[in-house]
Every structure is written in structure tokens, then in C-alpha cells.
Write a protein that binds this ligand. Structure first.
Ligand code: FAD
Length: 334
């Protein structure tokens, strides 16, 4: 059995990256250690399907239905007043308590998924593979160094702990099931609650999730020139009904919030189109846009890596180019 930690948002809905992880689990039965036999831990629900989910906290009816459509047969729902605030150690232990002794435990490679799987691996005494992007009979393929290199590996042991790199696959529904939901009475140890999240900034979370699911993203880098140089870029975002993504220089200079950063230390995105304006194409930035289906660069430097890597490039001043594009969009839309 493959048990997937499913992250839900503030409304209890399944996040996009978790839907990807569930799809990955369902489509890769090779993830299971030899034989795929599964033994439950004492007190945990008996394993009844090949892909199961574990959710901590809010779980909406529509999330249950969505998990069913994604092929999840059992949902382990963990709720406890001490787990209402995120605490890596307490959440990881709760997951470990219901994880089978053999099989695969996995999560999406988000900051939370990474942290929980690392804790779970230590607590179960197993090895962990992070940022897996594919799996076949020869083992796992994972990305390293921010997606600039790949590593093939095999995990030994009865329980494999892995995270799936964001956008390694697209969520796909299958024949819908009606998942069985198990609720648990949990014991949470005081010692596991020493570190916990006390406050979350809803605005930042909303911005970030819009960015990761947008079909069109306009990227803005240092070439924008200043905090006040985003006018044309934001107008283009508006015309496309998309999202703004920025480079680390932009957030580092305080021109835009960190939630909008794309790259190794920001969001990884997979829009239909990414328009990189005044962004040079450093590997840390490219690591976040590998999933973009079409890449357009607007840059004054024809030698810039972004221009070399783009499907289409416009060499010129971004303010002039984007102003002309906006004007044309307005003209065509009447
Ligand atoms: P620059 O590299 O300065 O490029 C500016 C570009 O704008 C140039 O190509 C220039 O030709 C062009 N330009 C200038 N004026 C104009 C104009 N008027 N019109 C059109 N084009 C113009 N970076 C990220 O983005 N995301 C990350 O997650 C990230 N993580 C990092 C993690 C680590 C550990 C480290 C060390 C670095 C990380 N970086 C990250 C930083 C990264 O290495 C680069 O410094 C950064 O991406 C560069 O940002 P930029 O392209 O906006 O700026």
C-alpha cells in the first residue's frame, strides 16, 4: 500500500501538489517494495487499497470526493486539538502511528511534505528519497541541485519514504471510488509540541497558491528597474488572467513579497506559458519553471540564458515591449 500525506488548504480542499502526489502514487505501483505486502501498525485501520491518503485537520466533503476521483480508497483522518497548529514532530508522529510497517509513505515535495517525511523517516528508522520525479523497474529517479541534475537510486528496507517533486506529474482522475474514512483517537506527546506554528499569513498563502496553479505567469526580474516599474507587467497579468512571478533579486530588494518568488527557494510553477521579463535565467530561477510548457523571454541581452532557453524571445526594453503588447491586446479586444 502507498500512503500519501495529503495537504489541504484553509477550506479543507486538496492542494494541487497533493493531487499530483496521489496521481503519482496510483500510476506507479513499482513504488511498492518487493511484493507490495502490507502490515498495519497496531491500532491502525487495516490496509484495503493500493493508494490511501492521510489528512491532518480540516477535511471537506468535496476533498473526500476529489480523493475518491483520484483513486484513493481509504482516508485516514487525524484530528486532535494539539494538531490544529502545524507542529512537524507531532504531525509526523501521528502519521507514523498509522503508517504500515511495509509499503511506501510519501508526500509532495512542499516545505511541509519535506519536513514531515524527513521526521517520519527518522522515526521509522528508514531511508528517504526526496524530489522523486519518476519510477520504473530500475528504481527511483530524483532531481538534485535544484533540478539541474538527476540521480537514480533504490531504497532498501520494507518501508520506503519519499517526496514527489512539485509538478512531476499532472493530476488525473480515474474510475471514482467512495473512500472509506477512518477517524482516530490520538495521543499527542507534550515533547513533540515544542515547535509549532502560531500564526499564518493568509494573504501570502493565497498569493502563492494562485501562482502555482495559474495557466499564464508573467515573470519579472531586476530588469523591471525599480519597485515602481511593475505597471505594464501587472497590466499584462490582468489581461491574461494569470499571476505574477518574480525573481529572488526582486524579493530581496523588497520590490515584491516573497510569496511571489519563483525558483529553487520560491514556488515551482507549470503554467501553459511563462513570460520572463528582465530575468537573466540563473539556474536557481530555471529550477522553478521547468514545468512551463511555453517559455517567452523579453530581455535587452540576446546572450542571456533565459533568451537562449526560450521558445520565443523578444530583444528589447521590457517596458516598451510590454506596453506595445498591452496596447495590441486592448485594440484586438475592442
Ligand atoms: P539579473 O541576473 O540581474 O538579471 C536581470 C536581467 O534583466 C538581465 O538579463 C538583463 O539583461 C535584463 N534587463 C535589464 N534591463 C532590462 C530591460 N529594461 N528590459 C528587458 N530586460 C532587461 N533566484 C530566483 O529567481 N529564484 C530563486 O528561488 C533563487 N534561489 C536562490 C537560492 C540560492 C541558494 C542562491 C545562491 C541564489 C538563488 N537565486 C534565486 C538567485 C539567482 O542566482 C539570481 O541571482 C537571480 O535569479 C537573478 O535575478 P534576475 O534575473 O532578476 O536578475
Amino acid at each position: 500500500m502507498t500512503l500519501v500525506f495529503v495537504e489541504t488548504d484553509t477550506s479543507g480542499e486538496v492542494t494541487l501538489t497533493s493531487a499530483e502526489a496521489v496521481t503519482f502514487a496510483r500510476k506507479n505501483p513499482q513504488l511498492l517494495p518487493d511484493g507490495g505486502a502490507t502490515t498495519s501498525r497496531e491500532g491502525a485501520a487495516p490496509p484495503s487499497g493500493s493508494t490511501e491518503g492521510v489528512v491532518i485537520g480540516l477535511l471537506s466533503d468535496s476533498a473526500v470526493n476529489e480523493l475518491g476521483r483520484l483513486g484513493v480508497s481509504v482516508i485516514h483522518h487525524l484530528e486532535h486539538p494539539d494538531l490544529a497548529d502545524y507542529s512537524a514532530a507531532a504531525w509526523a508522529q501521528a502519521i507514523v502511528d498509522i503508517t504500515p510497517e511495509s509499503g511506501t509513505l510519501m508526500a509532495s515535495g512542499t516545505p511541509r511534505g519535506m519536513e514531515l517525511m524527513a521526521h517520519a523517516a527518522v522515526r521509522t528508522g528508514q531511508r528517504m528519497a526526496a524530489n522523486v520525479i519518476a519510477c520504473d523497474d530500475d528504481g527511483l529517479l530524483r532531481q538534485v541541485f535544484g533540478g539541474t541534475a538527476f540521480e537514480r537510486l533504490r531504497l532498501d528496507g520494507d518501508l520506503h519514504v519519499i517526496t514527489i517533486a512539485g509538478h512531476a506529474c499532472t493530476p488525473e482522475e480515474t474510475d471514482p471510488t467512495d473512500p472509506e474514512v477512518f477517524d482516530y483517537d490520538l495521543d499527542v506527546a507534550e515533547a513533540d509540541l515544542t515547535t509549532r506554528v502560531r500564526r499564518t499569513e493568509a494573504e501570502a498563502a493565497d498569493d502563492a497558491s494562485g501562482l502555482t496553479s495559474a495557466r499564464a505567469v508573467v515573470g519579472a526580474g531586476r530588469g523591471v528597474g525599480s519597485e515602481n516599474g511593475f505597471g505594464e507587467v501587472l497590466e499584462l497579468v490582468d489581461h491574461l488572467g494569470g499571476a505574477l512571478g518574480v525573481s529572488r533579486v526582486v524579493t530581496g530588494l523588497g520590490w515584491r513579497p516573497h510569496a511571489e518568488q519563483v525558483g529553487q527557494t520560491g514556488s515551482r510553477i507549470s503554467p501553459d506559458v511563462y513570460i520572463a521579463c528582465g530575468i537573466s535565467g540563473a539556474i536557481q530561477h530555471m529550477a522553478g519553471i521547468e514545468g512551463a510548457k511555453t517559455l517567452i523571454a523579453i530581455n535587452t541581452d540576446e546572450e542571456a540564458t533565459m533568451v537562449q532557453r526560450a521558445d520565443y524571445a523578444i530583444i528589447g526594453d521590457l517596458h516598451e515591449v510590454i506596453a506595445a503588447v498591452n496596447e495590441e491586446i486592448v485594440r484586438r479586444r475592442g
